[in-house]
Design a protein. Structure first.
Length: 317
């Protein structure tokens, strides 16, 4: 389902070609119009501040994901930090791995300790989960940059297909580390190991396929232009920002949101089997509203579906 959404939405909404110059951490910190220069801090202080922010965002989104866990387990069906970690590595580079590891370690250890009261085993499991999480993000980022290209992920059907396949398999790293560690620490039994691994994998894959495109499509153009400055070099062809402002487009978006709320409430509120009517809405958003609105549409529909599953009011229950 998520592969279909990615393959359909991102290439079809691309109506321009955006070529960017590679950027570096030094350009980000030192350029007078750069993303980090406006903080008024020295580069090493900016790096520390950004690392703390990344770790906090990872932990906060992990906490949000844990609230979405389907009872009676605590492994979430969508894990947003997996997508954020991949996007951070693609945007900033591998120097952010320690910050991601710290965020993953705290996010894994804290709830295990709170739920079991066994601090040593919670720390041991947290070490394994955090290591698997950063390895997964690092492997995925490396393969994407080598096989797809950092700036061409959503520019064609072939690129989106490669992105989806790479992440589908790379997202097996963290579940393997996490489920194995939790098994040896006594948090899951041999009878529930496979089910925990599959849920872990689906959560990471869904997080990457939903959250990473959202972050990259919204932040990468801004990040690149902020580093390039107010007058980009000639080799950078700046794409027009997708911001529909005319009245007819606003009314169309309002109608789209109304239909989304109507179909979503019937399908996931009253368990009436009309979920697949959401697919035409995604096609509509893809062809009419552009990439930025389309990734938000995927996020909204995913959120509605998860909410229905948690409440037990979906026809899939």
């Amino acid at each position: 389902m998520l592969f279909f959404l990615n393959a359909l939405i991102f290439p079809t909404t691309l109506n321009y070609e955006l070529k960017r110059e590679p950027y570096s951490l030094e350009r980000c910190f030192n350029h007078p119009c750069g993303t980090m220069n406006g903080l008024g801090l020295k580069p090493w202080k900016q790096k520390i501040a950004l690392s703390l922010a990344i770790a906090f965002i990872y932990y906060a989104t992990a906490k949000l994901g844990q609230y979405l866990a389907i009872p009676p387990g605590f492994i979430t069906p969508v894990y947003p930090p997996s997508g954020i970690a991949l996007a951070v590595l693609l945007l900033f580079g591998y120097w952010t791995l320690p910050a991601l590891w710290i965020g993953a370690f705290v996010a894994a250890t804290w709830p295990l300790w709170a739920n079991t009261g066994d601090l040593p085993m919670a720390i041991a499991a947290g070490l394994g989960i955090a290591t698997g999480s950063v390895l997964q993000a690092g492997i995925g980022s490396t393969l994407i940059q080598r096989l797809v290209g950092k700036y061409q992920i959503f520019h064609s059907t072939q690129s989106v297909f490669k992105f989806t396949i790479i992440e589908t398999f790379s997202c097996m790293v963290s579940p393997t580390f996490g489920a194995t560690t939790m098994y040896f620490c006594g948090f899951i039994s041999s009878d529930t190991f496979l089910n925990s691994w599959i849920t872990f994998w689906l959560g990471d894959a869904a997080g990457v396929l939903v959250i990473a495109p959202l972050v990259l499509i919204w932040l990468q153009p801004w990040f690149t232009l902020s580093i390039a400055g107010s007058s980009p070099p000639r080799s950078v062809a700046v794409a027009p920002v997708e911001s529909p402002r005319d009245r007819s487009t606003g009314l169309e978006i309002s109608l789209w949101l109304l239909l989304l709320a109507l179909i979503g409430s019937i399908a996931f509120g009253f368990a009436y089997p009309i979920e697949y009517l959401l697919l035409p809405l995604l096609v509509w958003a893809a062809f009419r509203f552009g990439q930025r609105f389309s990734v938000i549409a995927v996020l909204l529909i995913t959120g509605i579906a998860i909410a229905g599953a948690i409440r037990g009011s979906s026809s899939f229950n």
